[in-house]
Design a protein around this ligand. Structure first.
Ligand code: PLP
Length: 392
């Protein structure tokens, strides 16, 4: 007989999923009710309101897509891009490449603006591309590049899009809840996120928000959206503002209880406080890593507090270190992705996992494992440096 699955208790300090609070896991286990039950519809309304708070928007079309961040990405592209369109896509890591895929699968042309991995998107290059392509209808970029740990200037990029008459599509999968995401203040048009990063909820849901301008574009489409499931005109009938909801698909009822709880926790803490907590713990971690003699892969100005890319010291066996952290300390950190595979580790301090305790645990474990590997590090300094930065 196959037996029940009992996962080990890990500390999740990779690129996501992140640790989930027992409060959120508790919500997940509450009794399932029908997805058209009036009580569930009330919960759906509250989730929309809480997401508007998290995104800092009054956009009516703000909802959680019933599928992971990749589906949120796809929802933005398939609804806003039509065959024959030109889209400017910024790529400075893995996820910009996925945006290109989406554009091409919509039958549109992607004009790529490329920057080195670990660098932010260049505003000058984007402006040059917008000038060279006045026909571009959308500018798409990743706010927080999880593959490199670099943050781009979303406010300035959205302003450029507006200046040149394009809509903006913003990937906020790793940013939402960890650093400022101010959809209305930025004038962003379509923003998607994920639940498994700084919201510290279960994976598999993608919050999205569309500005009134984006909704207008969706409503005036000449081509039918190629995806039935992600067609926002249909999804609106299920998640829309009116009290009468039409069945479209069955929402992931219990996962939405969990999202509701995690968003309540964010509201209780306050967005600004959550951003401050992420920053403080990041500074503590970096101080400890640098005191050990390790170096960060991204320049301080562009570092994401929730995703810390660390250069792997020469001669150190990347996979062996990660395996020892997992086996001996039950601690997960991330490997480098794409062009950075084997060159960096990605240490997440996301959502519930962004805690002083995790900073100290990670530094202790890493120092121990690197010591065993015979790596050339300075021992015995990391914790004092981290504690001083955390106190500062
Ligand atoms: N965009 C970014 C920046 C991400 O980090 C991720 C996931 O790590 C995604 C998109 C895709 O999200 P998911 O894995 O939930 O489909």
């Amino acid at each position: 007989m196959t037996s029940s699955f009992h996962p080990p208790q890990r500390i999740l300090m990779g690129p996501g999923p992140s640790d989930i609070s027992p409060r959120v896991l508790g919500a997940l286990a509450r009794p399932t009710i029908g997805h058209l039950d009036p009580q569930f519809i009330h919960l759906m309304d509250e989730v929309k309101g809480l997401l508007q708070y998290a995104f800092q928007t009054t956009n009516e079309l703000t909802l959680p897509v019933s599928a992971p961040g990749s589906a949120g990405m796809e929802a933005c592209f398939v609804n806003l891009v039509s065959p024959g369109d030109t889209v400017i896509v910024c790529q400075n890591g893995v996820f910009g490449g996925r945006m290109k895929e989406n554009v091409e699968r919509c039958g549109a042309t992607a004009v790529m603006v490329e920057d080195d991995w670990g660098q932010p998107v260049s505003l000058d290059k984007v402006e040059a591309a917008l000038q060279a392509h006045p026909e571009a209808s959308v500018l798409a970029f990743v706010h927080a590049e999880t593959s490199t740990g670099a943050r781009s200037d979303a406010a300035a990029l959205c302003a450029l899009a507006q200046q040149y008459g394009a809509l903006s599509i913003v990937d906020a999968v790793t940013s939402l809840g960890g650093i400022e995401v101010s959809v209305d203040a930025w004038g962003a048009d379509a923003v998607y996120s994920g639940t498994q990063k700084c919201l510290s909820c279960v994976p598999g849901i993608s919050p999205v928000t569309f500005s009134p301008r984006a909704v207008e574009r969706i409503q005036s489409r000449e081509h039918r959206v190629q995806s039935w499931f992600l067609d926002m005109q249909l999804v609106m009938g299920y998640w829309g503002g009116s009290s009468k909801r039409a069945y479209h698909h069955t929402a992931p009822v219990n996962a939405l209880y969990a999202l509701h709880e995690s968003l309540i926790m964010l509201e209780e803490e306050g967005l600004e406080n959550a951003w401050q907590r992420h920053l403080r713990n990041h500074l503590g971690l970096v101080a400890g890593l640098e005191a050990m003699g390790l170096t960060m892969a991204v320049a301080p100005k562009y570092r994401l507090p929730q995703l810390n890319a660390v250069n792997i010291p020469a001669g150190v066996d990347d996979a062996a270190v990660r395996a020892a952290l997992l086996n001996d300390f039950s601690l997960e950190i991330g490997a480098g992705l794409g062009a950075l595979a084997g060159k960096t580790w990605r240490i997440g301090l996301m959502g519930h996992a962004s805690s002083e305790r995790n900073v100290i645990t990670c530094l202790t474990a890493l120092e121990s494992v690197l010591g065993q590997q015979g790596a050339d590090i300075a021992s015995g300094r990391a914790l004092a440096a981290a504690r001083a930065a955390l106190a500062g």
